[in-house]
Write a protein that binds this ligand. Sequence first.
Ligand code: FES
Ligand code: FES
Length: 153
Amino acid sequence: MVNFNLNGKSVSADVAEDTPLLWVLREQFDLTGTKFGCGMAQCGACTVHIDGQPMRSCVMPVSAAKGKAVTTIEGFMETEQGKAIEQAWVEAQVAQCGYCQSGQIMSAAGVIKNAKGPLTREEVLDGMSGNLCRCGTYNQIASAVVNAQKALS
Ligand code: FES
Ligand code: FES
């Protein structure tokens, strides 16, 4: 049994401790906003926040979340920061097929949170280089993150 906080609620996962967190989120808790892409920490589709920092849930055993706060895209979208990023995403018309976008937004939140000052497009692209998008939405993402940071400051 692995106990952790999930989107603000205490939960228990009755699974083997080495089960990837991504599987637990999607299959036990029906939180399907977090996507499976590569399964090897190479694409960022599975990004969630652990104690507020973006992490790849496909390679993280659920035991690593023990006692921690896990936030998925579903929980993050309820926050003020999530709503501001969503608004910036809509205004920049970022999404194409959408598959990578929840992971992109979770990583974007980390880039904004860890920024030392106003972000440039280059800094955003650099900070999010671990998130791949088959549709090539990188330019729109860079604009949206710069605008979201301004909206939140
Ligand atoms: S599915 Fe986790 S990084 Fe690609
Ligand atoms: S929007 Fe299609 S993979 Fe990124």
